[in-house]
Ligand binder design. Structure first.
Ligand code: P6P
Length: 326
């Protein structure tokens, strides 16, 4: 008997006392991502590839699908009574939704945009926080990742997958031909050790010394201090990298580099690093910014950037320890 997302959420309301209105928020996100998947899958047939001719608050060029996915999520979440407000990578400021809503949703509507026009996997990343009493303001969103009440992503790859945590493990759903997410896996576990790393090697000359040393050790393979050969992957879509790590282990790194010393890293804390770090923790892995657990970072801004090292716990501990030693 297939368990679909609505069944799973109902089970969670009984077994883990998941609030009904939080289940409604997750359902709204999932439904929006079904619509995004329909747009992504048609690509050129729908005229949705290429540049939108605009930029976002990050100073990045927006693709047409970035704008479309952003609009689909804003429209869907604004109609969900449980959503008080939302924050998007594509929006300068938060967007107020429903005054009596109990939750805040933060998202990267389409992560990996540079891959859209070359048909490589991309995804939607989302994070859900509880809203405190009072008039909605930016400070309501600035909660540490450990406060997330739900987090996940939808990966638009060979399959469209929803990977969700409600802080009680992880559930993986595959989108069927009727547009319904069907549960296909429960509680993937990240092995503590790995032989696979993901980093953009073209930035090697810009890294800080501990990362330079660490990656050199991996490249030395079995003749080096690590005593084993490593494999490398780099998809340039965080969603694809994290999914691979959830399925078979590995370490993903986007470290601080010297290209912009004022930026602690490229990735965004609130709607990329935090949701992915919660998933990785739920799967027995670890996520740090090279110095502290990402989930412990107290945010200062909606679009704050952070250095990310996440994946197999022993590997993340090893490279994080190298930073502590400097
Ligand atoms: P680079 C995509 O733009 C993203 O935010 C992540 O999904 C991905 O891991 C990273 O940036 C890729 O960055 O510098 O390799 O293009």
């Amino acid at each position: 008997m297939s368990v679909v997302l609505s069944d799973y959420l109902h089970q969670q309301t009984t077994t883990h006392r998941l609030p009904e209105n939080l289940a409604a928020v997750v359902s709204a996100i999932a439904e929006a991502c079904v619509h995004i998947s329909q747009q992504v899958r048609l690509g050129a047939l729908n005229g949705v590839l290429g540049s939108a001719g605009s930029g976002n608050v990050q100073g990045e060029e927006q693709k047409k699908l970035d704008v479309i996915a952003n609009r689909i999520l804003i429209d869907a979440l604004s109609q969900c009574a449980a959503v008080a407000g939302l924050a998007s990578e594509e929006e300068d400021n938060f967007v107020a939704a429903n005054q009596n809503g109990a939750y805040l949703v933060l998202f990267d509507p389409l992560d990996g945009s540079s891959n859209i026009d070359v048909n490589i996997s991309i995804g939607t990343i989302f994070s859900v926080l509880a809203k405190s009493e009072g008039v909605l303001n930016t400070a309501d969103f600035l909660q540490a990742g450990s406060k997330q009440v739900a987090a996940g992503y939808v990966l638009y790859g060979p399959q469209t997958l929803l990977v969700l945590t409600l802080n009680h493990g992880i559930a993986v759903f595959t989108l069927n031909q009727e547009g319904v997410f069907v549960n296909t896996q429960i509680n993937p576990a990240v092995p503590p050790q790995t032989r696979e790393f993901a980093i953009n090697m073209s930035n090697q000359r810009h890294w800080e010394a501990p990362v330079q040393t660490y990656i050199a050790e991996l490249l030395a393979g079995k003749n080096g201090v690590r005593g084993k050969d490593y494999n490398m992957r780099w998809v340039a879509s965080m969603v694809a990298e994290v999914h691979r790590i959830l399925m078979r282990g590995g370490v993903f790194m986007y470290p601080k580099d010297a290209r912009d010393p004022n930026k602690p890293g490229k990735l965004r804390l609130m709607y990329e690093a935090n949701p992915m770090s919660l998933l990785i923790k739920q799967a027995g892995g670890l996520a740090t910014d090279a110095h502290q657990n990402i989930l412990d970072i107290v945010p200062q801004g909606l679009h704050q950037r952070v250095s990310v090292i996440l994946g197999s716990a022993e590997e993340v501990e090893y490279v994080t320890a190298k930073h502590a030693a400097t």
